[in-house]
Design a protein around this ligand. Structure first.
Ligand code: SF4
Ligand code: SF4
Length: 387
C-alpha cells in the first residue's frame, strides 16, 4: 500500500486536470465504504423492481454493494469520473420518407465499457509516475457490483435526480461514469448535498411507461431502457405501444430535465467519437440485418448488448408503432423467413398494428405454417386485432 502523500491536495488537482485532458470531465474522490442508498437498493430488489436482471439480486452482488470494502480490501480511495456524451436534443432526426428508429444518445459512439476503463488506466499511470510507485486498482464502468451514482454523489459529482440519473448542476446528466478503487490514501472531495429537483416532476410526467418511482428508483420491468436492452424475452404487449420508435434505450426523462435543457452541451467528450448514422436508423433497412451485418455495424458499440435478436425485436415493435403501410411487405418477409421466433413474434404484432390488406395476408399465411406456439399466439392475436 502507498502511504499518505505529503501534499494530497496538489495531487488531487493534478489528477482532476489530467482526467479532464483525457476527456473525463467529471472527477471526484470518495472513500470505498458503503454509500448512502444501500437500503434503498435492497428495498428495490426485495420489491422485484430489478425485473429479470437476476445478477442484481444474487447474494454476492447484494453483499458487495453493501460492503464495497470487500471488493478490494487494500483500497484506500475510490476515484469517480464522468465522461460526457452528446445532448440528443441538439441533433434532431433527419427528414426521411421512411420510418426511423431512435437510439439513446449514449450508444451513438463506441462502447464506453471499453473506453472509460482505458482512460482510467491512463490516469492511474500518471498517478504512478507522480508517486514513483505501482498503484494497484480495480476499475469499473457499469461493470461492477457497486452503486455507481451513489458513489458519484458522495464524491461530489452531482445529485441523483428523480429520474435516477446523476445530474451536475452546470453540465446536466449526459454522463457515463467510471470508478477506480486504488490502494492510495487520498482525501475525499466534498459530497454533493443539495437536491436541485425541488418540486419539478417533468421526468415523471414525461415517462411513457410511468415507471419512475417516488424513491428515485425505477420499476425496471417497465422502463424502455430495460425493455429494449436487458430484457431478453418478449416486450410485454401492454407496453409495446409506449416504446414508440426507441429501438435501443430511451432518453426521454433526461431530455425533459431542465438541467439538461439549460446546461447540457451538444458535443460528447472528445474521447467519445460519435457516429451520427447510428442515431436514427432506417427501420426497414435494419430489418434485413443478418448476424454478420449486425456484428459489423454494431459490434463495437453498446448496441451489441441487445444482440441481433433483441434489436430486431425492438425494430419490429417500432415499425408497428410507426404504422407505415409500406413496411407490411418487409415485416411479412420476416414473419416468413426469419429463423428467430422472438423476432417473428414481434413482426406479427407489428403487422396487426398496420392492419392493411397486405398485413392481413401475411398473417393469414403465417397462421397456416407457423411452427412455434408463441409466434402462433401472436399471429392469432394480430389477426383478431385486424378483424
Ligand atoms: Fe421512462 Fe424512458 Fe426514463 Fe425509462 S428511460 S424512466 S422509460 S423516460
Ligand atoms: Fe429532477 Fe425535474 Fe430533472 Fe426530473 S426533470 S430529474 S424532477 S429536475
Amino acid at each position: 500500500m502507498v502511504g499518505p502523500l505529503p501534499n494530497p491536495n496538489d495531487l488531487i488537482e493534478a489528477l482532476r486536470l489530467k482526467a479532464e485532458q483525457l476527456g473525463l470531465e467529471l472527477f471526484g474522490i470518495t472513500q470505498p465504504t458503503a454509500p448512502p442508498h444501500v437500503a434503498t437498493f435492497e428495498m428495490w430488489v426485495e420489491q422485484g423492481h430489478h425485473a429479470q436482471m437476476g445478477y442484481m439480486a444474487t447474494e454476492r452482488n447484494r453483499y458487495l454493494r453493501a460492503h464495497p470494502e470487500a471488493i478490494m480490501p487494500e483500497a484506500r480511495a475510490l476515484l469517480v469520473v464522468g465522461m460526457r456524451y452528446p445532448n440528443p436534443q441538439t441533433i434532431p432526426p433527419p427528414p426521411s420518407p421512411y420510418p426511423l428508429g431512435r437510439i439513446a444518445s449514449y450508444a451513438w459512439g463506441k462502447d464506453y465499457h471499453n473506453i472509460i476503463p482505458e482512460l482510467l488506466k491512463k490516469l492511474l499511470k500518471e498517478l504512478e509516475t507522480w508517486l514513483s510507485t505501482p498503484v494497484v486498482a480495480r476499475i469499473y464502468s457499469d461493470t461492477g457490483p457497486i452503486l455507481e451514482r451513489d458513489f458519484a454523489q458522495k464524491a461530489g459529482l452531482g445529485w441523483i435526480g428523480k429520474n435516477t440519473c446523476l445530474i451536475h448542476p452546470r453540465k446536466g446528466s449526459y454522463f457515463l461514469l467510471g470508478e477506480a478503487f486504488v490502494n492510495v490514501s487520498l482525501p475525499p472531495t466534498p459530497p454533493f448535498v443539495t437536491d436541485h429537483c425541488g418540486s419539478c416532476r417533468r421526468c415523471i410526467e414525461a415517462c411513457p411507461t410511468q415507471c419512475i418511482l417516488p424513491d428515485r428508483t425505477l420499476d425496471a420491468g417497465r422502463c424502455i431502457s430495460y425493455l429494449t436492452i436487458e430484457n431478453k424475452g418478449p416486450i410485454p404487449r401492454d407496453l409495446r405501444s409506449s416504446v414508440g420508435n426507441w429501438v435501443f434505450g430511451c432518453d426521454i426523462c433526461q431530455m425533459v430535465c431542465p438541467w439538461n435543457v439549460r446546461f447540457a452541451s451538444s458535443e460528447g467528450s472528445p474521447a467519445f467519437a460519435i457516429r451520427p448514422d447510428i442515431a436514427f436508423p432506417n427501420l426497414i433497412n435494419e430489418l434485413t440485418l443478418t448476424p454478420t451485418d449486425f456484428k459489423a455495424r454494431y459490434g463495437d458499440t453498446p448496441i451489441a448488448r441487445a444482440r441481433r435478436r433483441g434489436y430486431l425485436r425492438n425494430v419490429a415493435v417500432a415499425l408497428g408503432n410507426a404504422g407505415d403501410p409500406e413496411s407490411a411487405s418487409h415485416l411479412g418477409l420476416v414473419l416468413k423467413n426469419e429463423p428467430e421466433p422472438l423476432i417473428r413474434a414481434h413482426a406479427a404484432w407489428a403487422l396487426g398494428r398496420i392492419k392493411t390488406r397486405s398485413a392481413c395476408e401475411h398473417l393469414s399465411e403465417a397462421y397456416k405454417h407457423e411452427p412455434d406456439p408463441n409466434v402462433l399466439t401472436e399471429v392469432k392475436n394480430a389477426l383478431e386485432e385486424i378483424a
